[in-house]
Design a protein. Structure first.
Length: 255
């Protein structure tokens, strides 16, 4: 079992525990941690920092951190255990149910789906562009290590790592606004966005695109980084549109 309080927190993890802009709101503590759990940045079984440490990192009062954790417990995303090895531990949300995803695809128009893909691509491309301009050699090495360790062998792992990579890019962009927007978009649309990771061929291509983006960032080639991100999200959008067509003509999501 991983203890989050004793390990480094590079990239996306550092963004999770950055100080809140508007201190004093338990809802913000809960939302920040909930987004990280949904995106897979905080994994099931990980022990969160203590209430006092959370308060220090977020820059809030101890009672605020405590209330935020209470909200997560009520949502079923965190459980608290007593005893010497106790603390607050992440509980992974259940995998999205196919019926819910089918309903979500039915409920969004093709125009809305296309518009969402355009907006997601614009944000992700902006992150890639700024990451290529601002990343350091140390950042390059860390990102390359992250990509090498990323698992795309299963749908669940691919969803987690595809979303995590976009968040890593946002962090490397050094833009608080882009990080916040990337977290929001994936927390809100991630289950739908990455449903295509059930397709082994798309998982393989996604891993290749992600590696290509990382190389472009290391080469300070912003245009190539933007292009690779664009191709990736275009392929994701095309898969979703095709899945929507199959559903609407009486089939399932898969080809």
């Amino acid at each position: 079992m991983t203890d989050l309080t004793t390990r480094g927190a590079p990239g996306a993890r550092a963004a999770v525990f950055a100080q809140l802009a508007d201190a004093g709101r338990a809802e913000q503590v809960a939302q920040r941690l909930a987004d990280a759990i949904v995106l897979g940045v905080l994994a099931a079984g990980e022990r969160l920092p203590s209430e006092a440490e959370l308060a220090r990192r977020f820059g809030v009062a101890l009672v605020t951190a405590r209330e935020g954790l209470g909200m997560l417990r009520e949502a079923g995303l965190v459980e608290t255990r007593r005893g010497r090895d106790g603390g607050s531990f992440v509980v992974a949300p259940a995998d999205a149910d196919d019926a819910l995803l089918v309903a979500r695809l039915r409920g969004i128009s093709r125009v809305e789906l296309s518009d969402l893909a355009v907006y997601l691509t614009a944000i992700a491309a902006g992150c890639a562009d700024q990451a290529a301009l601002r990343a350091t050699a140390i950042d390059d090495e860390r990102l390359a290590g992250w990509v090498a360790a990323a698992d795309f062998s299963t749908a669940a792992a691919a969803r987690r790592n595809a979303g995590g990579f976009l968040l890593e890019l946002a962090v490397l962009s050094q833009s608080t606004r882009l990080v916040r927007e990337q977290i929001r978009l994936q927390a809100e649309h991630g289950p739908l966005l990455w449903v295509g990771m059930r397709d082994p061929a798309l998982r393989e291509r996604t891993a290749e695109w992600i590696a290509a983006v990382a190389r472009a960032v290391a080469q300070r080639d912003a245009a190539a980084a933007r292009s690779e991100i664009g191709e990736l999200l275009t392929a994701i959008a095309q898969w979703l549109l095709a899945a929507k067509t199959r559903i609407e003509t009486g089939g399932g999501m898969d080809a």
